[in-house]
Design a binder for this molecule. Structure first.
Ligand SMILES: Cc1ncc(C[n+]2csc(CCOP(=O)(O)OP(=O)(O)O)c2C)c(N)n1
Ligand SMILES: [Mg+2]
Length: 347
């Protein structure tokens, strides 16, 4: 288990105060986004939201370890990672309101969020195989949860990457749960990292509540990956909120068997470390929260100003050439909208 907090002072790591502070800033910003999104959902502004509370250290630090030209293959849970990579908050909010994900045409190399579990894993492996044919040394990073490791796509993606030396990093945020299914019912394997053995490459476990440990581990893993050795990183976090806003964890959750480092708020823990290291002081967090609040106010306003999408858009980008079956459905929808006076369908 790789960790820094509780084992090393900052001067014993490869990182300086500016890097540690940047991670802290990123985590405060991510937390502010998560809390605002949850509040917006609760008042009906968007229909559902999957909070990432507890995942900030892993996600922000992994994003910092990536290069700007690396590709991220995210999920519904990895919004903190996307925000930390530079995806505008307004785009993520728009997406949750039914708009497409690339509203502002940002240029962060970032696939659409995968909602079908594990489908992004073979996408990332395939993209990495394509990158290998280019001159550069870009990497693909597949983010997924502990539950995704029970899908066939997990096996196929890791197997392809191993066989073809694809520059792909597999980042599993093991937050202890797949909705109501606890980690121990997911697999009998001692760890998720151990599964890498079967594909012929390295698997490592890291304290995912410790951003310095994640930066060190994912940074090192990306060096191997760029040289053609895939790595599976298992970041041990804890889902500190519900699975989504439709979930009530009090009906199934027992927290008792995890150690304190794993279930404690990663932001409080990192703040305590950084105050002791004199990188931040007791006022820093609230100053950063005020900045994040302003950024969020602007992002929410921008999302609200976005015109409603046309209903017809559901048929776009499904196929390069829309097949007759979908054209029939589109015509039906137009007709239906006209007869019932429903707005937003192109006529
Ligand atoms: C292929 C598929 N099967 C089932 C689901 C329903 N589902 C949504 S989230 C989820 C649990 C995923 O758990 P995990 O991979 O640990 O990710 P987490 O939500 O904890 O981030 C399931 C089963 C789905 N979205 N896709
Ligand atoms: Mg999970």
């Amino acid at each position: 288990m790789h960790r820094v907090i509780g084992e090393r002072s900052l001067s014993e790591t490869p990182f300086d105060g500016a890097t540690a502070r940047a991670l802290f800033e990123g985590m405060v910003r991510a937390r502010a986004f998560d809390e605002r999104a949850l509040a917006l959902q609760r008042r009906g502004w968007m229909s559902g939201y999957p909070p990432f509370r507890g995942g900030e250290a892993t996600q922000v630090a992994a994003a910092h370890a990536m290069r700007d030209d690396d590709w991220l293959f995210p999920t519904y849970r990895s919004n903190a990672m996307q925000i930390a990579r530079g995806v505008p908050m307004a785009d993520i909010l728009r997406f949750r309101r039914g708009h497409d994900e690339y509203g502002s045409d940002h240029d962060v190399p970032n696939f659409p969020q995968a909602v079908p579990i594990a489908t992004q894993i073979p996408h990332a492996a395939g993209a990495a195989m394509a990158m290998q044919r280019d001159d550069g040394d870009r990497a693909a990073v597949a983010y997924f949860g502990d539950g995704a490791t029970s899908e066939g796509d997990f096996h196929e993606g890791l197997n392809f990457a191993g066989v073809f030396d694809a520059p792909c990093l597999f980042l599993c945020e093991n937050n202890g749960w797949a909705i109501s299914l606890p980690r121990e019912k997911q697999t009998r394997a001692a760890s998720i990292a151990a599964k890498a053995d079967a594909y012929g490459f390295e698997g490592v476990q890291v304290d995912g509540m410790d951003p310095l440990a994640v930066l060190e581990t994912v940074g090192g893993a990306l060096d191997s990956v760029r040289a053609g050795d895939p790595v599976l990183v298992e970041a041990l976090t804890y889902r500190l909120g519900p699975h989504t806003t439709s979930d009530d964890p009090s009906r199934y959750e027992e927290r008792a068997d995890y150690p304190e480092w794993r279930t404690r708020d990663p932001l409080d823990r990192f703040e305590e470390y950084l105050v002791a290291e004199r990188v931040v002081d007791g006022a820093t967090r609230s100053e950063l929260e005020a900045d994040a609040k302003r950024e969020l106010d602007a992002a929410v306003a921008a999302a609200e100003d976005t015109p409603e999408p046309d209903l017809d858009e559901v048929f776009d980008h499904v196929y390069a050439e829309t097949p007759p079956r979908l054209e029939t459905q589109r015509a039906w929808l137009r007709d239906h909208a006209e007869r019932h006076g429903i707005e937003g369908v192109e006529r």
